[in-house]
Design a protein around this ligand. Structure first.
Ligand SMILES: Cc1cc2nc3c(=O)[nH]c(=O)nc-3n(C[C@H](O)[C@H](O)[C@H](O)COP(=O)(O)OP(=O)(O)OC[C@H]3O[C@@H](n4cnc5c(N)ncnc54)[C@H](O)[C@@H]3O)c2cc1C
Length: 330
């Protein structure tokens, strides 16, 4: 790993000022939260910063708060372990608590922050190998004909990279928003579904965050009384693993019928994908095995699997059906 300068940020404003400084000839200036993804990429030689701005030194950016009117607020430095353990999140946003609980390992969850999790780079052998960046190799072509079995089965004509964050699947289902602080005191709020953007090999980030901006918190609107939710991450093995796909379901109920549904599919498209046709199939009806089966069939319609990831289709269909039934308690 190349040497770099380390700076402890003392506040969000300080971090913004440090990150907004023009990158020197020695390389870019990058933020570090838990460091799980960043240090990995630095060790691989994919990211070679001149300066690392440590965000973990900012005090008070690690709180979870809930208010019936404003909903849930999760500061950027809250760890996945904190989300998993929060009684407020477990009680009111169980799909998010489950998504955090099933991400990575206990050690990783203790260090990984929600901000860094949403900003991590895709898991792709080609993207994470400096050879494909340094040598002018056509990584997109290598991926198209190579090892793409865990990549996108939807919207993959240009590039099949998928976003890595599994908590994002649940957060998009709950309608989360991301809050950013930038140079000149500028603050902005972006729906998470719009914050995440399709990855490309030539990009250095997979979100609409701009250079110099710091992600300060994630907010989630309060769910309707009686709402039901479930999350499932399907892996190849029982031990910690990246998903084949993950699915989050949030249902607003009126008596026994679905009043509104949010079904989000992760790891099957460049960004978490709303299964809109499945959602529409549910409205006004009670969830039954037959209806869940129909909604699941709709969720996979229009998929364009690649040579090595067709196996994801029946798995995704089964996971949508089971997660729907779990959410409904059926
Ligand atoms: C074995 C293993 C299994 C894993 N399994 C999963 C899994 O199942 N699901 C999953 O979602 N993840 C998984 N991960 C990935 C892990 O969760 C992420 O690497 C981690 O969440 C990143 O968070 P961090 O705080 O360490 O971010 P960092 O590595 O510190 O930062 C990541 C990126 O975000 C930027 N950044 C961080 N915070 C901010 C901020 N507040 N504002 C602006 N920029 C910022 C950094 O510059 C960097 O580009 C796994 C990792 C490992 C090692």
């Amino acid at each position: 790993m190349d040497s770099f300068e380390w700076v402890d940020a003392t506040s969000v404003e300080h971090a913004v000022a440090l990150l907004a400084a023009a990158a020197g000839p020695g390389g870019p200036i990058v933020a570090k939260a838990g460091g799980i993804d960043l240090v990995d990429l630095m060790k691989e030689g994919v990211v070679r910063p001149a300066r690392v701005v440590n965000l973990r030194s900012i005090e008070g950016l690690d709180r979870i708060a809930f208010d019936e009117r404003r909903g849930l607020s999760i500061d950027a430095l809250v760890t996945l372990a904190q989300i998993e353990a929060s009684p407020e999140i477990r009680g009111r946003f169980p799909a998010l608590a489950d998504a955090a609980r099933h991400a990575a390992t206990p050690q990783v969850r203790n260090a990984a922050t929600i901000g860094g999790n949403l900003l991590q780079r895709p898991r792709c052998w080609y993207l994470r190998n400096h050879y494909f960046h340094d040598e002018g190799v056509d990584a997109a072509a290598a991926l198209a004909s190579g090892e793409h079995q865990y990549h996108a089965i939807f919207d993959n004509a240009e590039c099949s990279l998928v976003h890595a964050s599994t908590p994002a699947t649940a957060l998009v289902a709950y309608g989360a928003q991301v809050h950013l602080a930038g140079p000149g005191g500028r603050e902005r709020t972006v729906p998470l579904a719009e914050f995440l953007r399709p990855s490309r090999f030539e990009q250095v980030r997979d979100t609409v965050i701009e250079p110099g901006e710091v992600l300060t918190r994630v907010t989630v609107p309060a769910v309707a009384p009686g709402a039901r939710a479930a999350y499932h991450k399907q892996t190849e093995r029982e031990s910690y693993d990246w998903p084949i796909c993950d699915v989050a379901v949030v249902l607003e109920m009126q008596h026994d019928a679905v009043a509104a549904a949010s079904i989000v599919l992760g790891w099957v498209a460049p960004t978490p994908r709303r299964a809109s046709a499945s959602e529409q199939a549910l409205v006004g009806k009670p969830i039954t095995e037959a209806l869940a089966r129909e909604a699941a069939a709709r969720a996979v319609a229009g998929a364009t699997p690649l040579a090595k990831n067709r196996f994801k289709l029946p798995i995704l269909e089964a996971v949508v059906r089971r997660t729907l039934l779990a959410a409904a308690g059926a």
